[in-house]
Design a protein around this ligand. Structure first.
Ligand code: ATP
Length: 468
């Protein structure tokens, strides 16, 4: 079976046609770069979150999960520096008024330059040098860089004034830092401790795009892992290994994943080391999926200063008091899902039994991540009720779909296209042998399984296909 070269556009079209993702606010003409997850996308999302929780929360003895608020006291963002510094360098083309992030457009046209370490003046000099071309009209004149605040502002209560101004969080991490003391006190744990959170974040990105890769509303899965200063290298290595193991569990192809250590000039001044995991997206190239950063005591130190609360830790081992250091592994859920879909998508050329050429679109998701684990189908409409009884016995335990329309061949193709690993067909022999045909997505092999054994069979199939 040969694999056709795939494009980003073909895959994202497939995701929309099948119901993984819909354009946001579609009946009102849409809202630029906003996307809604449909039933398949929502299921896939649940499964990726479940895997993350299993791997990082239940799987690491030091870790607990919390669920802090999206809207926090605005002082949080003063403390972190977001109010002062969470800006993007914005430029407009003087001719067509297309808007760009200066660092991104320079990076695209001069990939050898290290834009991440540059000051605004340096970026400005390059933008005004006449060497950067507007991708939309070809002119070379841009407005000077303006800093664009990326946090979404809103108001609480009835008055819309400075006093009631609040922000939608641009990252989930700060809800963790501000609860560090609460978690330690109520869990009665000692260091090291990891506090994990999954939730929405909001950034008013200047250049959203590439489907769900960069949006203004997205979901993050973040951990702040607190430990004794001096243990930074140990825990950074621990999380690098664990993030690698997590990516292996997702089933992404090795050749499409790389770890990229940040150069010293790219590092935030408080960070000792940062590594990104990047994915090779079709057509658009390498893109960041997540980052693991050594953040020292920067965040807790800043919150101590701005809140005037004592956030130090008294170490019962040696009676010393210190501000814990942290390592932060931060995954973007939407980007992970997009990478999973790109990796799973395949168009396979097949030869049928009678020698004819055929092809199928198939999403090779790891079985436990696939939106639906099983599809139950009657061979003929005459068997609908009996097949439905099989479906009814399984769909509380497994994500399942019941499909009665079209030929069995068509139904198999439909399930392949959304990645369902097992199709279960109730046929005319089922009444006699109390068994059904189970067809596996990737190998397309079929076997007869007793209806009474189906639940065990599916559990053991999932277990066998799980990367440990
Ligand atoms: P980028 O350089 O792509 O803007 P970042 O370095 O600012 O990303 P972080 O602040 O480290 O991103 O956030 C952690 C993760 O959250 C990223 O690796 C990414 O997966 C996800 N993420 C960040 N911004 C967005 C966005 N606008 N849309 C979707 N996911 C995002």
């Amino acid at each position: 079976m040969a694999e056709k070269e795939k494009t980003f556009e073909e895959i994202t079209t497939h995701l929309q046609t099948q119901g993984f993702v819909y354009p946001g606010s579609e009946i009102y003409g849409g809202l630029a770069n906003s996307w809604d997850y449909g039933p398949l996308g929502a299921l896939l999302k649940n499964h990726v979150k479940d895997l993350w929780l299993r791997h990082f929360v239940r799987g690491i003895e030091y870790n607990v999960q919390i669920d802090p608020a999206i809207i926090m006291n605005p002082k949080v963002w003063e403390a972190t520096g977001h109010v002062a510094n969470f800006h993007d360098p914005l430029v407009d083309c003087k001719y067509c008024h297309a808007r760009y992030r200066a660092d991104q457009i320079i990076h695209q046209q001069k990939p050898d330059l290290d834009v991440d370490g540059m000051t605004q003046d340096q970026l400005n000099t390059i933008m005004q040098s006449g060497e950067i071309v507007c991708p939309s009209c070809g002119h070379k004149e841009f407005t000077p860089i303006r800093q664009f605040q990326m946090m979404f502002k809103t108001f609480i209560g009835v008055t819309e004034d400075k006093q009631s101004e609040v922000y939608l969080r641009p990252e989930t991490a700060q809800g963790i830092f501000i609860n560090f003391k609460n978690v330690l006190r109520t869990t009665r744990r000692k260091l090291p401790i990891g506090i994990c959170d999954i939730g929405k974040s909001f950034r008013n990105e200047i250049t959203p795009g590439n489907f769900t890769f960069r949006t203004r509303e997205f979901e993050q899965m973040e951990i702040e892992f607190f430990f004794k200063p001096g243990e930074d290298d140990k825990w950074f290595a621990f999380y690098k290994d664990n993030c690698k193991a997590f990516v292996e569990k997702l089933g992404l192809k090795d050749a499409n994943v790389r770890f990229r250590d940040h150069e010293p000039a790219e590092l935030a001044f408080y960070s000792k080391a940062t590594t990104d995991i990047e994915y090779l997206f079709p057509t658009i190239g390498w893109g960041e999926l997540m980052g693991i950063a050594c953040r020292g005591d920067y965040d807790l130190g800043r919150h101590m200063k701005y809140s005037s609360q004592d956030l130090t830790y008294l170490d019962p081992e040696d009676n010393t008091r210190y501000i814990p250091h942290v390592v932060e592994p931060s995954f973007g859920l939407d980007r992970l899902m997009l990478a999973l879909c790109c990796d799973a998508y395949d168009v396979e050329e097949l030869t049928t039994k009678d020698g004819k050429k055929d092809s199928r679109v198939v999403m090779h998701f790891a079985p436990e991540l696939a939106p639906y684990t099983i599809a139950v189908m009657p061979l003929s409409n005459k068997l609908n009720d009996k097949a439905k009884a099989v479906y009814d016995s399984l769909h509380e335990d497994f994500d399942a779909i019941f499909d009665t329309t079209g030929s069995i061949g068509k139904r198999y193709r439909r399930e392949d296209a959304i990645g369902t690993p097992l199709c279960i067909t109730y046929d005319f022999d089922s009444d006699n042998d109390g068994a059904v045909t189970v067809r596996e997505r990737d190998s397309m092999t079929q076997e007869r399984v007793k209806i009474s054994e189906l639940s065990n069979y599916i559990h053991s199939f999932l277990g066998k296909n799980r990367v440990k």
